[in-house]
Write a protein that binds this ligand. Structure first.
Ligand SMILES: Nc1ncnc2c1ncn2[C@@H]1O[C@H](COP(=O)(O)OP(=O)(O)O)[C@@H](O)[C@H]1O
Ligand SMILES: [Mg+2]
Length: 342
């Protein structure tokens, strides 16, 4: 009876893709058209008429425009999108195939865009009907591993339940694996994750993220996990030019701009920061920009005069050279500050 009822409710056209809408009831999100009439063997399918495809093109264009560099990552994202788009087209002919495995690993130094790309990826996979919600649930070891015996499995299951239908992003995944502790509960987490990744009941995508060398060791020590990860995306350190371009994107996004001298100064700032021990790529750039804003604000308040729109939006060289990365430079007192006022 329930089946009849469902059948009656499903009006023609129900299977049309609706971004953000519920998936068709009773079937996996990977087969959006499974209920629609199949195309004849000699029919033609026009990818540009797949509404999801149109949304995907928009998402990919934004990814290209808003994220600097990352060419190999962007290419891989495009390939994954193409794979799912073709999967949808094949489903229209009733061509059955296993749901593609999309568990991934994102390896790269800190601040290279792993979390950012995971969010975009979730949006994309949702648009293509692969996951039910465009959400990323981020966890680290402490969210999964319990302190006492019997606590780990419930914690891990809770995290999986939260991530269900979306992306589970396991940051610094290698902390789950501590071979030096023979009774470490991290191993239990790995086993539960592995089961979940194999069954795919909850249309969950797992992304493991972390530093390349440690991830390499983590996967070598856990070949079962490694073999369930279909896509390895490598994030590289950004070049100085890329970091400067990233700074400009961030600054523009907040309705600020570097003036000519400030741009040069920030390039110098980036070059110095890159050589420091805890440098974290785009994250350090973001922090640097924040501190420029702080110094700009102080400068404007101290000026005690009416402020124009240009005053409020312009970051000057002085706002950059106030940074402590220039502090151990003995010439700084006269050098860069002179330039700042020039
Ligand atoms: N290619 C990029 N273009 C623009 N902004 C970026 C880029 N990569 C990272 N960012 C920004 O840098 C910050 C750190 O990135 P994040 O994704 O958290 O790095 P990770 O997860 O690799 O440590 C975020 O604010 C993000 O928006
Ligand atoms: Mg991150």
């Amino acid at each position: 009876m329930a089946a009849d009822h469902n059948g009656a409710v499903r009006a023609p056209g129900f299977q049309l893709h609706r971004p953000g809408g519920d998936p068709p009831r009773g079937r996996g999100p990977a087969e959006p058209d499974a209920d629609a009439e199949l195309l004849a063997d000699d029919a033609m399918v026009d990818l540009s008429l797949d509404l999801a495809g149109v949304d995907v093109e928009t998402t990919l264009a934004r990814l290209d425009a808003e994220l600097i560099g990352l060419a190999p990552v962007k290419l891989r994202v495009r390939e994954i999108a193409a794979l799912l788009l073709i999967d949808r087209a094949r489903a229209k002919f009733g061509l059955e195939a296993a749901r593609p495995t999309l568990h991934m690993s994102f390896t790269g130094p800190p601040g290279t865009g792993k979390t950012t790309v995971a969010l975009r990826m979730a949006g994309l996979l949702h648009t293509l009907g692969y996951i039910r919600k465009p959400k990323v649930h981020t966890v680290t070891r402490d969210d999964l591993v319990g302190q006492f015996i019997g606590h780990t499995a419930p914690k891990t299951r809770e995290a999986l339940a939260r991530a269900a239908g979306g992306v589970l992003f396991v940051d610094e995944a290698y902390y789950l694996f501590r071979p030096e502790n023979e009774r470490d509960y991290g191993q239990e987490v790995i086993e539960i994750l592995l089961q979940e990744m194999e069954t795919q009941r909850s249309s969950l995508v797992v992304i493991f993220a972390g530093y390349p060398d440690r991830m390499q060791r983590f996967f070598s020590a856990n070949p079962g996990l490694s073999s369930r990860v279909a896509h390895h995306l490598r994030f590289e350190d950004y070049s100085q030019a890329e970091l400067l371009a990233i700074a400009e994107v961030m600054v523009a996004h907040e309705h600020f701009r570097f003036d000519e001298d400030a741009r040069l100064a920030f390039g110098e700032y980036v070059a110095r920061r890159m050589g420091e021990p805890r440098f974290a790529n785009a994250r350090s750039v973001r922090n640097g920009v924040e501190r420029c804003r702080l110094r700009q604000a102080k400068r404007l308040v101290d000026a005690r005069r009416p402020l124009s729109r240009a005053d409020l939006t312009t970051l000057s060289a002085a706002d950059v050279y106030g940074s402590s990365v220039f502090a151990d430079d003995t010439e700084q007192q006269d050098g860069p500050k002179d330039r700042a006022t020039a």
